[in-house]
Ligand binder design. Sequence first.
Ligand code: TYM
Length: 334
Amino acid sequence: KQRVLSGVQPTGNLHLGNYLGAIRNWVEVQKNYDNYFCVVDLHAITVPHDRDLLAADTYKIAALYLACGIDLEYSTIFVQSHISAHSELTWLLNCITPLNWLERMIQFKEKALKQGENVSVGLLDYPVLMAADILLYDADRVPVGEDQKQHIELTRDIVLRINDQFGTPEQPVLKLPEPLIRTEGARVMSLTDGTKKMSKSDPSEMSRISLLDPPEVITKKIKRCKTDPIKGLEFDNPERPECNNLLTLYMLLSSKTKEEVARDCGEMGWGQFKPLLAETTVETLEPIQEKYKKIITDKGYIESVLKEGRIKAEASAHQVLARVKTALGFSVPL
Ligand code: TYM
């Protein structure tokens, strides 16, 4: 089986963008692959973080992976910081990655703007750590939302460079991974501005639906979300980003085809469509929330899942790290 690796940062609650752009797709394809799903806590400290929340949020994400349907028969769940090889490979990759490749990254530029003078070296290095996550497991496929595409391209550039400098065509040092990005749902937009992506860092809670929002909150957010005064509903009209986003959400959550949604909702007004979308969202999230509530109270269970995951992931990570160190010419400690 081919390998899949992906991850989510333990910062706050997951939202519909994280679910539809990433986790739901992991769940859908997990049977076809050997999967590694990481909670990337080292990434979460690249911007100022709250030390009192980091560990709890890490458990929360692991519990959400399970609640969303990640199945331990096919998938390994682990915590990035539990495996020191992530930090170690990052250093090795740092030394062969040109600085200007990182300075070009869109997410770095966006986040750096917000941080001003306090931008950490870690924020710049974020994509190299992400490359290490992917490469330590010889991943073939990386299922993510659209916003991570550039980071995976950078990972590929790093692989080509290291293989060129330290490998041979017959014996490459690292495996070249491919992104796995869906056409629909890869970029879920904000509920308050259809031209911005739904994001954990948006200061307004009204801009996103959290996977753990109670039904009445979901209904309220959808009721108040931004729309337009045009009659009828349609996909793909660039003048109507909110309309396209809300129809796409409905399509994904109801598992209907685009044609079906266009046909069923084309004539609707917002007053008719919004309750339908709210109801569908609540129905999709309810079973996840039920499962989550059970799992999160059983800390011992989460710990045992993460321990098993660490042991399994570590085996792969150590092998790849040793391969890279050998290729780079390091001496072997006795
Ligand atoms: P993070 O935690 O920001 O987001 C987790 C996943 O959710 C996707 N996503 C979205 N998809 C659609 N619409 C949106 N509005 C939306 N917002 C977020 C992201 O694309 C991502 O797939 N750098 C990664 C974490 C990471 C990682 C990795 C991913 C670290 N190492 C290795 C894959 C492989 C990130 O910031 O995720």
